[in-house]
Design a protein around this ligand. Structure first.
Ligand SMILES: [Mn+2]
Length: 326
C-alpha cells in the first residue's frame, strides 16, 4: 500500500467542518512534513477561480485532499499541480489520482467508517483518539449513539479522557463556529490548534469559540422563531438574509416542532448567491437535485435533506418549480 508522502510542500486541502479540520490535524500530528493547509470558500464543494489562483501561488508539490467529494474538474486542476492523495468517506466515484482511499468505494458502509478521521485512523494504524471521535461526532452528531461498533471505540476514548458524550458534542459545536461565522482565517488555524491538544477541555476553554457560539445561537433562534410563509399545503418557506452559514441549523430548528417540509433560503451569506436548504419529508430528493443541476447549479443531499447554491437572479423562477416537486 502507498504511504502518505512526506517530501516537499504538501497541500492539505480539507473540508471546513469538524471532520475535515480534525482529519487535517490527525495528519499534522502523526506524519511530520511541510504542510500548507487550505479549505475552499465555505459552501463551495469545489475550487473556484479565486481559490485556484491562491493554490497556484503556494508552491505545492503534492496534495492531500481530505473529507471532500470534489468534482472531476477540481481534481483535474489539482493533478495538474502534482500527485494527489484523497482520503474520504463520501459516496463517490473513484478519481484517477495517485491514491483515492475511500472504504465506501470498496463496499464498506458509512456505519463502519462514519468520518474521514475514522478512515485515516484506520489507514495510519493509529489508536483511536480524541481527533478520531471529533470527526465522527461532527458528521453524525447524536445519531452516532445508534452505531454500536463505533460507540464501543468512542466509549474507550471518552473513558481515557474522562469526559462525556455531551462535552464532545459541545466541542464540535465550538469548532464548527469557525465555518458558520465564515471565518476563513480561523478555519485554517484550527487544524494546527487541534493537532496540539491533549484533552477536549482545551477546546471547551476557548473564549473566542464560546463567543462565536453565543452569537450563532442567538441568530439561529431569531431566524427560526421569525415569520414563516406557507407556500403550499404542508410546505413552509423561511426567507433569511443572514451573513452566517446557519441555514441547516435554522432548518433543523424549524423542523423540530412541525411535520411540514421546510424550505429555507438565505441571500445574505454570499454576494449574488442564494443558499437553499430543504428539510423533508421530501417525495423525491434526487428529482430536486437534478432540477438544480440541470440549470448549472451545485446541489446535493440525502433522502430527507437537499442543499443548493443558486444565483440570486434565478431563485425567483426556480423556487416555485421546486415547490411543485414537493
Ligand atoms: Mn466528513
Amino acid at each position: 500500500m502507498l504511504t502518505i508522502p512526506t517530501e516537499g510542500n504538501i497541500l492539505l486541502l480539507h473540508h471546513w467542518d469538524t471532520d475535515g479540520l480534525s482529519a487535517a490535524a490527525l495528519i499534522i500530528r502523526n506524519e511530520p512534513a511541510d504542510y500548507i493547509n487550505f479549505s475552499p470558500k465555505v459552501g463551495n464543494y469545489f475550487l473556484d477561480e479565486d481559490d485556484r489562483q491562491k493554490i497556484k501561488s503556494l508552491d505545492v508539490d503534492t496534495t492531500i485532499l481530505l473529507d471532500m467529494a470534489m468534482p472531476e474538474d477540481t481534481v483535474d486542476f489539482l493533478t495538474s499541480i502534482g500527485p494527489v492523495y484523497i482520503f474520504d468517506h463520501h459516496l463517490q466515484e473513484r478519481h484517477d489520482v495517485m491514491m483515492h482511499h475511500n472504504p465506501l468505494i470498496d463496499g464498506m458502509s458509512q456505519k463502519q467508517y462514519p468520518s474521514t478521521t475514522w478512515v485515516l485512523t484506520d489507514y495510519l494504524g493509529l489508536p483511536p483518539d480524541i481527533l478520531t471521535i471529533f470527526g465522527a461526532f461532527g458528521d453524525r452528531e447524536e445519531k452516532l449513539k445508534e452505531n454500536e461498533d463505533a460507540m464501543e471505540i468512542v466509549d474507550q476514548v471518552l473513558d481515557h479522557h474522562n469526559c462525556t458524550f455531551e462535552e464532545i458534542l459541545e466541542c464540535v459545536d465550538l469548532i464548527d463556529t469557525m465555518h458558520k461565522t465564515n471565518d476563513r482565517k480561523g478555519i485554517l488555524e484550527m487544524p494546527w490548534f487541534l493537532s496540539e491538544i491533549e484533552h477536549p477541555r482545551e477546546v471547551l476553554m476557548r473564549d473566542d469559540l464560546k463567543k462565536n457560539l453565543n452569537i450563532l445561537k442567538k441568530e439561529i433562534r431569531k431566524e427560526a422563531e421569525g415569520p414563516l410563509r406557507e407556500v403550499k399545503d404542508g410546505v413552509v418557506h423561511k426567507d433569511m438574509h443572514s451573513p452566517f452559514n446557519i441555514i441547516s441549523s435554522v432548518a433543523r430548528r424549524i423542523a423540530w416542532n412541525r411535520d411540514d417540509v421546510v424550505i429555507v433560503t438565505n441571500d445574505g451569506y454570499s454576494d449574488g448567491i442564494t443558499q437553499v436548504y430543504i428539510r423533508g419529508p421530501i417525495p423525491d430528493s434526487q428529482k430536486l437535485i437534478r432540477a438544480a443541476k440541470e440549470k448549472g447549479f451545485s446541489a446535493g443531499g440525502k433522502e430527507d435533506v437537499v442543499g443548493m447554491v443558486i444565483s440570486s437572479e434565478e431563485i425567483g423562477d426556480l423556487l416555485p418549480k421546486m415547490v411543485e416537486l414537493l
